[in-house]
Design a protein around this ligand. Structure first.
Ligand SMILES: Nc1ncnc2c1ncn2[C@@H]1O[C@H](COP(=O)(O)OP(=O)(O)OP(=O)(O)O)[C@@H](O)[C@H]1O
Length: 296
């Protein structure tokens, strides 16, 4: 089997606060193979975004953050890299799509200016003409029919759905090995979100891009992911192939998450802490799919 694109092992994160250390991640492990689409699912505050930010190298420079453990990207331990080398990976070998496409784009530069900057990260010598050519191809890939007009526009002149397509095109423009998608499109209406996710899905499949897909929307995860990790209060409590996990959730938190779909954003999950306390094993792996076996 090929080596994983991303391998996280025993990852711990704490923040120094006035009242002492607040532990946020308690030794999580996950991996993503080349071309695999993996979802990290959990409620608000469970530690999904901080995990993605560590992979991107964005938390390492925060003075109050304490990070321990292994984060290996394409066989390189990111913790051992200098900030400059971590910076060089972003937008080239790994890239990210955020929740709200319009606020993620810079309002004072045209779409083309931003495209050119992204492409120059991988090829500093790229000319304006070459960048324009590449940007047009990338926009055509996300089914934008008037790429010239879009390139000369500012984000505020385009619809949210159009900006989301632009973001996807930019994120994939340098053919990254890993795409981190943090609740992509949740700021958009449901139909537009579904369309853009479908597009993203087709593109990552075409390019065999590995994806870490962060979401609390289980419906979307079921459609999109090959495998799922469930995170609860900074612990991975269950993982397995999507269909197996949805059809036969083993951990009380996963069961609660699945049964609480309509009210997941509401008042939380009643009595969950009681169920959790009664459950002794911290990680449930579906038979034959333990982290160790998958990596062997
Ligand atoms: N810079 C920071 N300083 C202190 N605590 C932080 C910082 N960033 C995140 N946290 C805390 O870490 C925990 C995990 O946050 P994270 O943003 O990863 O949650 P999440 O699962 O992505 O939630 P959501 O779905 O709401 O985005 C939260 O309790 C949050 O308050």
């Amino acid at each position: 089997m090929s080596a994983p694109t991303l391998r996280i092992d025993n990852l711990r994160l704490g923040f120094k606060t006035w009242s002492g250390m607040v532990e946020v991640l308690h030794g999580i492990a996950l991996h993503i193979r080349p071309g695999e689409r993996v979802a990290l699912v959990g409620e608000s505050g469970s530690g999904k975004s901080v995990t993605a930010r560590i992979v991107l190298g964005l938390l390492q420079s925060i003075r109050t953050a304490r990070i321990d453990g292994t984060v290996e990207f394409e066989g390189i331990n990111l913790q051992s890299l200098k900030p400059k080398s971590r910076h060089a990976l972003r937008g080239t070998r790994m890239s990210m799509i955020f929740q709200d496409p319009t606020s993620s784009l810079n309002p004072v530069y045209t779409i083309f200016d931003q495209f050119r900057e992204v492409l120059a990260r991988a090829d500093a010598a790229i000319t304006a003409e070459q960048a324009r050519e590449k940007a047009i191809v990338a926009l055509a890939d996300v089914a934008i029919s008037e790429p010239e007009r879009v390139l000369d526009s500012y984000a505020f002149q385009l619809s949210g759905g159009m900006n989301q397509r632009v973001m996807i095109a930019m994120a994939l423009a340098n053919n990254p090995a890993l795409l981190l998608a943090d609740e992509p499109g949740t700021a958009l209406d449901v139909t537009v979100q579904a369309q853009t996710l479908k597009l993203m899905s087709e593109l990552v499949e075409k390019h065999r891009t590995s994806v870490l897909f962060i979401s609390h929307n289980l419906g979307v995860v079921r459609e999109f992911a090959d495998r799922v990790y469930v995170i609860y209060k900074g612990n991975i409590v269950e993982q397995g192939p999507t269909a197996a996990l949805f059809d036969n959730p083993l951990h009380p938190y996963t069961k609660a998450l699945l049964s609480a779909v309509p009210r997941i954003t509401g008042g939380g999950i009643p009595d969950l802490d009681e169920d959790m306390a009664a459950f002794r094993a911290p990680l449930v792996a579906h038979p034959g799919y333990s982290e160790r076996e998958l990596l062997a």
